[in-house]
Design a protein around this ligand. Structure first.
Ligand SMILES: [Zn+2]
Length: 434
């Protein structure tokens, strides 16, 4: 049992000053320090700091850990070129060892940034066993919660993609890992592949990039005579629990369909800006009642920077400083916790008895008064720009203590530079052979 004492608690909904939280794998008690009775537990003093739930990312790419600093000939004329010249070169050169190493490196990064749960969308040249390798690095060793799926696509061996999605779904650890059925995007999936996936996916919800770029929309229209979301709907793939990612170029009919079917949309505005593909109408999605959640698309391994960027990007998109308020951003943050709580079957994002003990302690000497009415504003404008929690706990286990990673997590990540270099070397040799 652990107790964090003298903390200001902020779980995005409620704010309490000078309080304690006692927990093992779940939160067992929360109350004011005046009611705290010391026991035999490990005590962490959080005076001057804020205790928050671990942050979460509703869409990410763990393998992108090995893209950081990578140099490749890069002169994209459109979104497909970004895939061809960068991402597809990287992912096809990842063998199982590299997949595991990228998982270990990414886990270290996520945890240092206070991210304790992720929904991953994976692709690699090694298909069979790739999700198990990620599960080992991220869930078993680093202790995070993670959902995995393999990006089925016609560029890979489709049988192997299907096999891997189904195989991992039988290995999930309740409460700790979860499975979805991964699909890359409409533009890389033929009807035959979608038919085969529809026949075998059972109740696994799909996780797919949708209308991220105008090219996905145009290719889908010219090859299949329909829109991206309507195309997936023809195969019965739009439903509760399914995750449609980006939806930058979804039209009115597609948004209505997503709402009618109870699907969730994951938006990733920093990635969209980096790729220059446009920005989704998140306010419109919220107004329609579409559960809209936030991911980083593998950009930063940080949820804080994405939460901060969401409102900025939306205001810029609409050319109005009030287009997307803090209440809208907060809605998306809470939706993300709700989606992931449902996916993992455990309450995430709340500091209350029986919720998961996924917690972080962040120093924050706020320069102005802070309280229940403005704590989220302090988070977005004051804490998020350089968010590095002092302590991080997942499922009750302390994985970051005084800014230092737990030994097994640090040890697993230690060799990642050499592993990344080996992948980059393979990729460069491949370039020379072409
Ligand atoms: Zn993505």
């Amino acid at each position: 049992m652990t107790a964090v004492v003298h903390a200001n608690l902020f779980d995005f909904i409620s704010w309490r000053e000078d309080a304690y939280v006692r927990f093992d794998d779940r939160i067992r008690a929360v109350g004011p320090m005046s009611e705290y009775v010391p026991g035999t537990e490990t005590v962490v003093d959080a005076r001057g700091a804020i205790l928050m739930p671990g942050l979460v990312l509703g869409h990410t790419h763990v393998y992108s850990a090995f893209a950081r600093g990578m140099s490749v000939p890069f002169a994209p004329q459109g979104f497909q070129d970004i895939l061809d010249q960068l991402w597809w070169k990287l992912d096809r050169n990842l063998d199982l060892e590299a997949v595991h190493a990228s998982g270990a490196a990414a886990a270290a990064d996520y945890l240092r940034n206070g991210v304790t749960a992720i929904v991953d969308h994976h692709a690699s040249g090694a298909i069979d066993g790739s999700l198990a390798a990620l599960g080992d690095a991220i869930v078993d060793v680093a202790g995070m919660r993670a959902a995995f799926c393999f990006e089925t696509s016609d560029r890979f061996d489709v049988d192997a993609c299907i096999r891997e999605n189904l195989a991992f779904s039988k290995r999930v650890r309740p409460g700790r890992s979860a499975a979805m059925f991964g699909l890359h995007a409409s533009m890389s999936l033929g009807d035959d592949t979608l038919r085969r996936v529809a026949a075998v996916r059972g109740d696994l919800p799909v996780h797919v990039h949708a209308a991220e770029s105008a090219e996905d929309v145009a290719m889908t229209r010219s090859r299949h005579g329909t829109s991206v979301v309507e195309r997936f709907d023809r195969f019965g793939m739009v439903g509760p629990g399914s995750l449609y990612v980006h939806c930058v170029h979804c039209d009115e009919r597609e948004l209505s369909l997503l709402k009618a079917r109870g699907a969730t949309v994951a938006v990733n505005p920093t990635s969209n800006m980096n790729n220059g593909v446009g920005l989704p109408d998140v306010a419109g999605m919220l107004a329609r009642g579409i559960p809209t959640i936030l991911g980083d698309d593998g950009m930063s391994a940080s949820a804080a920077v994405e939460i901060r960027a969401l409102g900025f990007s939306m205001n810029h998109r609409d050319g109005m400083p009030t287009a997307f308020g803090l209440a809208d951003t907060l809605r998306v943050v809470l939706n993300t916790y709700d989606f992931m709580s449902s996916l993992f079957g455990i309450r995430l994002g709340r500091i209350e008895p029986d919720a998961a003990a996924d917690l972080l302690v962040a120093d924050y000497p706020g320069p102005t008064p802070i309280g229940p009415r403005n704590a989220f504003g302090h988070f977005v404008f004051g804490m998020a720009p350089a968010f590095r929690p002092r302590h991080v706990f997942v499922n009750g286990r302390q994985v970051v203590a005084d800014f230092t990673l737990d030994d097994p997590v640090a040890a697993a990540a230690a060799g990642s530079r050499e592993k990344a270099q080996a992948v980059w070397d393979r990729l460069a040799r491949e370039g020379e052979q072409r």
